[in-house]
Design a protein around this ligand. Structure first.
Ligand SMILES: [Zn+2]
Length: 736
């Protein structure tokens, strides 16, 4: 296959995968496969700039950081929709609509034609059963469309000749921010429409963050010691306003269309339901659960049914938008000064309950951050029993005047994280007491540092580096599954060793010295021989996880799991990382002049660190504390070389890697590698490592005592490498 054919094929496959995922809601490829194909495509495109295409899926990874957002006028205003929280108002609105239409043009308002039928997708069918879409006799031929109201950020996507040319936020409705570069990274936003779209088509809709992705982002933020987002909408708005589009791409935003702006020719669509039926054919996703209703009773029934169904959806739906289907009727109804008369949003009330605030706990995190947490009388909210709620920080407690003993209003914000909204002042008992922020660390009594933003307290930290609470949290993190993955060293065991024995466990290196304390461990309550040996075996194995895991496990500020991995791709071991200059640690945040001054290649590997964070990490690396940590870890046998190393120099050669695009199967035991790290290494060199041998396998790497996979490979005539051949085949920098 020529490069051109390969490029076209990959673009087509990736495009179809996006479509299957976002438009048809039928994923056809795993995220991993997608990423691999994308990486392969990027390599081919880099080698063939003449085959460039602005609509290529690689263009979604995000361009250069921008200075700010330009505001641009909307071609048609993006009006907000009137909200209501009760059904009677929906009925009253529908009555006004019917009255205005029958009075204004009794003969010009057609009944919904035979084509006006409800959504034909499986989700809608299963949620709402059948609906024949007939118009009842009492209505003057007005059909309504009910659409789930997703809690996200409204965008207007402008397509000219099918190509995406500009994306604006709603802004003030008249002018919005140009977020084109960021929106291009959203895989649900087509870069080019399929089929035969109108020559100008502005698709308006909602960008949003699915719930699972929201939780992932918040876990990552907490690991990096950043304030978690309050709800998916905040997370989405924050993401779209990132100045660096590359930070937008990894957050998997969704998008669904829910309206149109300018369209040329203007008569391309006559009904909203027609828009919803047509957009998926252009490759643009619409919400799956819309429904065409022929009476206000059907609308109310939809709202009630959907309230039960929405909890099951993978994203936040906070209401239902009801609108008149027919565009001619919409024009007749027109607008008030702020909003269309042909449309109303019914919002489900956020579930709030009141309960009693019993006390406030102070938790000290691994970076010393002291977080207040409400302990309340248990209360059932949105289907779960809630005992604890976030109070975020002491600034917020003071601002909302929350006191112990108060009856407080608790809400499940974004229906995900419960939080205390505020006190019910009328019910405040005399005994209610103000919550005093701790003047010193509640655990070690060490001094605290207060962080302020515009005069309001946003965080309070224990600054004692030896704070036992921080050490405890750090050790739990260090031994955790995604870090050093030490079997048998969970939270309980860490507490037990620290509280019930004399075994030192205050430094990371102490974890590995546990091997010297077998007898003392055996003396602990509930620690049998089997349990202790399992723990010590886990400790032994953790020594060889490599640099990325160690860096990520230390819990250094601004170096989370992802950044640690990127650093380990760039530096072959801790010594090389220590030698890196501060600018070298943030290649993507360098100006051209800085790059030149420090002689840093423009293709230097990314690290995940930026202008603010790189100096902090650099200072940490060169602090006596860090020097001691690494020296001690090395002395107890922890491997500080990288398993992920690619290196700046080797990257250009990656397309020539003997493994690029190959399907590889590993079998048997290898001297120089652990299975998992070899897998990661080969994948970083472009291989696809699979579990079983088939006719599609390109290469089998067989170590000692390889079994049936090797036999099968031989039977199929597949190339087989032993360990020596593998070592010879690996690029210089990747050899162990
Ligand atoms: Zn402390």
């Amino acid at each position: 296959m020529s490069a051109k054919q390969q490029i076209e094929r990959l673009r087509r496959e990736l495009h179809e995968a996006n479509r299957a995922y976002y438009v048809d809601a039928r994923p056809s490829m795993t995220d991993r496969e997608f990423d691999e194909k994308l990486a392969r495509l990027a390599e081919l495109e880099a080698a063939h700039p003449e085959l460039d295409d602005p609509a290529s899926p690689t263009r979604r990874v995000g361009g250069e950081p921008i200075e700010g957002f330009e505001t641009v006028a909307h071609s048609l205003p993006m009006l907000s929709i009137d909200n209501t929280y009760n059904e009677a108002e929906v009925r009253a609105w529908a009555e006004r609509v019917l009255k205005a239409l029958s009075k204004d043009a009794p003969n010009a308002t057609p009944k919904p034609g035979p084509k006006a039928k409800r959504a034909k997708n499986a989700q809608a069918e299963s949620l709402f059963g059948d609906n024949d879409g007939h118009a009842p006799d009492d209505a003057p031929g007005v059909a309504f469309v009910c659409d789930p109201k997703i809690d996200g950020v409204a965008l207007s996507l402008r397509y000219e000749q099918g190509a995406l040319v500009r994306v604006l936020t709603r802004g003030d409705g008249v002018r919005g921010d140009d977020v084109t570069e960021n929106a291009r990274t959203i895989r649900a936003v087509p870069l080019r429409l399929e089929g035969d779209p109108p020559r100008v088509l502005e698709i308006r809709g909602e960008a949003f963050i699915p719930n699972a992705e929201f939780e992932r982002i918040n876990r990552e933020r907490e690991a990096d010691d950043l304030e978690p987002f309050m709800n998916p909408r905040n997370a989405c708005a924050g993401t779209l306003k990132q100045l660096d589009p590359r930070k937008v791409a990894p957050r998997r935003l969704g998008f669904v269309a829910h309206g149109l702006g300018a369209v040329e020719p203007a008569d391309a669509f006559v009904r909203y339901s027609q828009v919803l039926e047509t957009l998926p054919r252009f490759g643009a996703p619409v919400g799956g659960s819309w429904s065409l209703c022929s009476s206000v009773e059907e609308v109310i029934a939809y709202i009630e049914r959907f309230d039960r169904a929405r909890a099951e959806l993978p994203f936040m739906v906070d209401g239902v938008v009801v609108r008149v289907d027919d565009f001619a009727q919409q024009r007749t109804l027109g607008y008030t000064s702020k909003s269309p008369r042909w449309c109303i949003a019914y919002k489900y009330p956020a579930e709030r309950k009141t309960t009693k605030l019993l006390r406030v706990d102070f938790q000290v995190g691994k970076t010393g951050k002291i977080t207040p947490r409400a302990v309340m009388e248990p209360v059932l909210i949105a289907g779960t029993t809630v005992r604890h709620a976030s109070l975020h920080n002491f600034g917020l407690i003071a601002e909302r005047d929350i006191r112990t003993g108060d009856t407080v209003i608790v809400e499940k914000a974004g229906e995900i994280i419960p939080q205390v909204i505020g006190p019910v002042l009328e019910e405040r008992p005399k005994s209610a007491r103000k919550i005093k922020p701790p003047e010193s660390c509640p655990i070690c009594e060490g001094p605290v540092e207060i962080e302020l933003e515009t005069g309001r307290e946003t965080a309070r930290r224990c600054v004692n580096p030896e704070c036992p609470a921080q050490i405890r949290e750090k050790l739990i993190w260090f031994a955790g599954r995604a870090q050093m993955d030490i079997d048998g060293l969970g939270e309980k065991t860490i507490d037990q060793i620290r509280e019930e024995s004399d075994i030192p466990l205050g430094h990371f290196a102490d974890v590995f010295r546990l091997q010297n304390h077998r007898d003392a461990l055996l003396a602990l309550d509930r620690m049998g021989e089997k349990k202790v040996d399992n723990l010590l075996e886990g400790v032994q194995q953790a020594k060889s996880r490599g640099l990325a895991r160690v860096l990520g496990a230390l819990g250094v500020r601004h170096v989370g799991t992802a950044t640690a991995k990127l650093l380990a791709r760039k530096y072959r071991d801790i010594d090389h990382l220590m030698q890196a200059s501060e600018p070298e640690l943030r290649p993507k945040a360098l100006t051209a002049a800085e790059r030149k001054a420090h002689n840093i290649d423009e293709h230097a590997l990314e690290t995940g660190l930026g202008r603010e964070t790189a100096p902090i990490f650099h200072a940490y690396l060169h602090s006596p504390a860090a020097q001691r940590t690494f020296k001690e870890l090395r002395s107890v046998g922890v491997d500080l070389t990288s398993r992920d190393y690619i290196g700046d120099g080797e990257r250009a050669a990656a397309p020539d890697s003997p493994f690029a695009g190959k399907k590889v199967v590993l079998t048997g035991t290898l001297e120089s590698f652990e299975r998992e790290s070899l897998k990661e290494l080969l994948e970083s060199l472009g291989a696809k490592v699979t579990g079983s041998v088939s006719a599609k396998t390109d290469l089998v790497i067989a170590g000692e005592s390889a079994g049936s996979k090797l036999d099968k490979a031989r039977a199929l005539g597949i190339e087989v490498w032993d360990e020596a051949r593998l070592l010879a085949g690996l690029p210089q920098g990747a050899r162990p």
